[in-house]
Write a protein that binds this ligand. Structure first.
Ligand code: GLN
Length: 189
């Protein structure tokens, strides 16, 4: 399986390592042509405004086509990019997931937090590393919630698109990436 990791900014290398550990072949995606030969894409965390600034128009166009047609997994800033609506402040989203996200929503005291919660992935509670995380403040009907932080959805899926508001690439647990690779293999959940 060939997985692209958008590598303009942010912690793309941790995703690359995790995906390779799970047996995927990884391409770091920086140019429009890099989308040609990948079966799935990971959009890492970082700063979503910076992503939008750094993405040349032709790459943004390919990215938009890709997320609407092929399996994609966004973490943190990546989840923000995939959303339909983005608030605090308003910013354009790629509309691949019918969710609204509020950026930097957990406040300064809670800038970075590690929590554990049960998830639809089964087994042990999932370790969730939050860094200046967004909050999913609305989910549309088609959204499946796979894990929550209190009442807030933090791991969601719709068709072949997944998003986490935390950073699974920073935990030792490979289950979230494994779930995404299953999606890439099967086309949908
Ligand atoms: N606060 C960042 C944003 O709004 C996301 C943080 C992250 O990706 N760790 O884009």
């Amino acid at each position: 399986m060939k997985i692209g990791v958008l590598a303009l900014q942010g912690d793309f290398d941790a995703h690359r390592r995790r995906l390779e550990e799970l047996g995927a072949t990884v391409t770091l995606v920086r140019k429009a042509e890099d989308f040609d030969h990948i079966d799935g894409l990971v959009i890492p965390g970082g700063e979503s405004t910076t992503f939008l600034k750094l993405l040349p128009k032709n790459v943004l166009d390919r990215l938009r086509d890709f997320v609407h047609s092929k399996p994609t997994f966004g973490t943190c800033a990546g989840a923000i990019l995939l959303a339909k609506h983005v608030t605090n402040p308003d910013q354009p989203g790629l509309n691949a997931l019918d969710i609204t996200v509020e950026r930097n929503a957990y406040g300064r005291q809670n800038d970075s937090t590690i929590l554990h919660a049960d998830s639809a992935l089964g087994g042990e509670p999932l370790e969730m590393v939050f860094i200046r995380a967004p909050r999913i403040s609305r989910v549309g009907d088609g959204i499946e919630v796979l894990a929550r932080r209190g009442d807030d959805p933090v791991l969601v899926r719709q068709g072949s698109v997944m998003a986490a508001t935390f950073h699974p690439e920073l935990s030792d647990d490979p289950r979230v990436h494994a779930e995404f690779l299953k999606l890439v293999k099967n086309g949908t959940a």
